[in-house]
Design a protein around this ligand. Structure first.
Ligand code: SAM
Length: 397
């Protein structure tokens, strides 16, 4: 039947499209696994949260927060009013999307099993990871090397791990070793691990010309109570991101992850996109659900929305005016991507969904900025792009 066809397609691709709608449900594990030939991403390592029905969102003192949220309607300042208005505008669409999910009983049944039955979690939380952020700052950083192990035994290459373009040109996964830990690099992928201060070196080393640029900046969060697992930067730092130099001269699709702070929306629309030469074209919403399909928090909770925005824009290429570049397909507005979140602040892999809009560049050249992982065919830049590549996140086939 039609539904079972769709489900088997989902089990292969990790993408479930709801018919006649702008809504997709994705399984990040299945999508990530398309990057690998010999290795498999472990579902229990990815889905470290939201599978226990008792689980609630991480709030430091949620009782107090709830009380504060109740008070909000009485004392909204101008910015909060704008934020509320923005929320009210997308609310019906998000509710509709969530209804679609709750009606798809066959899909819901599969969702519960996405983590697999292994409660023997590979304990990635408890095992010690290397802190690339810290290692990159020490004076020995330029001396740190990574050992790349080609599929043929004995063939090893030793290259600097920081401030260096590290490439796996092979059409197969590559294992690498760094300070006694193993990392997996997907086929035809590369990373450049550096601080933002050195990002300009990347442009020369990878001969730029990217058609798709995905950016997930370490935005400041405002609430000091929220413990972040990485350093953040003030907004003005991102004005200096060399988007123009990284983008293909004929144009590029730029996708920017946002937080729900109203101040940030203003900054991006009025300052950041204009300074990059990017025009805002559409907004995607990532709706976060638990394994049972319920939203991870109340839709109307002011400080803990169960969704995040991804702003899509065009870099129009050099010397063109405001006309839409001929080689980029127009983006359908307001897509909604539903998934069960992985680790704290980890974003779902949306690259493949975005590539539908860059069909005229073949193969499209893609880069992720502030990445914590690698993707086959992509360049990853950030101060810890190897983070989720550690072998403890993988299970061998
Ligand atoms: N998209 C990632 C994911 O799904 O896992 C999360 C990215 S997180 C929002 C931002 C990243 O920027 C973190 O890995 C953080 O360490 C990195 N970062 C913070 N300050 C940086 C700097 N000065 N230079 C380079 N990267 C930085």
């Amino acid at each position: 039947s039609k539904t079972s066809d769709k489900l088997s397609a989902f089990l292969k691709s990790g993408i479930y499209r709801f018919e006649n709608s702008n809504v997709v449900f994705i399984d990040p594990v299945r999508m990530l696994n398309r990057s690998y030939t010999r290795f498999r991403f472990s579902p229990s390592a990815y889905y470290s949260r939201f599978f226990d029905s008792k689980e609630t969102i991480e709030t430091s003192n949620s009782k107090k927060r709830k009380r504060m949220d109740k008070k909000v309607p009485h004392e909204l300042n101008e910015r909060e009013q704008a934020a509320t208005l923005r929320h009210q505008q997308v609310r019906p669409m998000l509710l509709k999307a969530h209804e679609l999910l709750m009606e798809a009983t066959d899909l819901l049944a599969i969702m519960k099993g996405l983590r697999g039955d292994s409660n023997i979690c590979s304990s990635t939380e408890s095992s010690e990871h290397h802190s690339f952020i810290e290692l990159g700052k020490v004076w020995q950083a330029p001396l740190y090397e990574i050992i790349l192990k080609a599929a043929w035994k004995g063939l090893e290459r030793v290259v600097p791990v920081f401030n260096n373009l590290v490439v796996n040109e092979a059409s197969d996964d590559m294992e690498a070793e760094f300070l006694n830990k193993k990392y997996i690099m997907p086929r035809e992928s590369c990373f450049y691990m550096s601080d933002l201060g050195q990002i300009h070196n990347l442009i020369h080393e990878c001969n730029a010309g990217f058609n798709l640029i995905v950016i997930d900046p370490p935005w400041e969060n405002g609430s000091a109570r929220q413990k972040l697992r990485y350093p953040t930067l003030p907004n003005w730092y991102f004005l200096s991101l060399p988007i123009k130099q990284l983008a293909h001269p004929d144009g590029a699709l730029v996708a920017l992850w946002m937080t729900n702070r109203e101040k940030l929306h203003n900054f991006v629309q009025k300052e950041l996109f204009p300074s990059w030469g990017v025009s805002h074209e559409a907004t995607y919403y990532w709706l976060k659900v638990k394994a049972d399909g319920s939203l991870i928090s109340d839709l109307d909770l002011f400080h803990h929305r169960p969704y995040e925005c991804l702003l899509l824009g065009y870099f129009h290429g050099q010397g063109t005016n405001s006309k839409q570049p001929p080689r980029l397909r127009p983006i359908k507005h307001d897509q909604i991507i539903i998934s069960i979140p992985g680790e704290y602040s980890r974003k779902p892999p949306i690259g493949e969904l975005l590539l539908e809009h860059v069909t005229h560049f073949k193969p499209a050249r893609c880069i992720e900025l502030f990445a914590r992982e690698m993707t086959a065919g992509w360049t990853s830049w950030g101060n810890e792009p190897l983070h989720f590549q550690e072998s403890t996140y993988f299970a061998r086939d």
